[in-house]
Write a protein that binds this ligand. Sequence first.
Ligand code: ADP
Length: 248
Amino acid sequence: MQTVIQTTNLSKSYGTTSVLRNIDLTIHEGELTAIMGPSGSGKSTLMNVLSTIDRLSGGDVILEGKSLLDMKKQAARQFRQERIGFIFQDYNLLDTLTAKENILLPLSLRRFKSEEMERRLAPIVQALNIEGTLEKYPNELSGGQKQRVASARAIITNPAIVFADEPTGALDSRSATQLLEQLVSLNETFRTTILMVTHDGYAASYCKRVIFLRDGSIVNEIYAGEQTRQQFYDRILDNQSLLGGKRR
Ligand code: ADP
């Protein structure tokens, strides 16, 4: 299994405030992982550092074999654009573009040929069941549809990893379940590596591995293994209550 992300002794401070402490984390290709932790535990900061948006303060992050310490700003930006996909809680779709144009945007910015764009689009559209949305504008779509379009946009570049920040946070429970099932299906069909940040044990229970953060440190990690989703969910909740703190 290829290693997509490896951190050693990763730390991040803002001024004198230490936000991430000595994080050792390895993410392999094809993994579907959730990061959980109470509010303020460092989840967003960790995601921002791993996705090259924010600089680290100590230790190192190796992304597909390349050290973040060696990457200049421009190289980090290029890596981010070419190798990382993002799914945000509030979708971040452009209102003036159709769903299809939104999905293809990362490729059209890189001047891909239209045949190549169509070739990549077809299996993703099928997997996410969004044929009917392609010519519509975001304001004509439901939350669930918007998030599926955003997911298609995140994977159209064949990224090394997709970071999903509370992807179900704005969805009703039925749409959330659908989206989670589809993220699992993308993970299984295209072997997309997904790292999801969530405070929601239900969303995390769809992942195969859950990492718990507290006060900027990894305090526990559990794997679904052969458990049913319900059993894994119960274990996640047990771990959450052991960790204490607010759920958000
Ligand atoms: P979470 O996503 O788990 O809620 P965050 O990563 O957002 O946690 O924040 C972790 C801690 O870092 C919090 O105490 C927060 O106040 C602090 N923090 C986050 N970003 C900044 C910043 N830009 N400047 C100073 N402190 C920050």
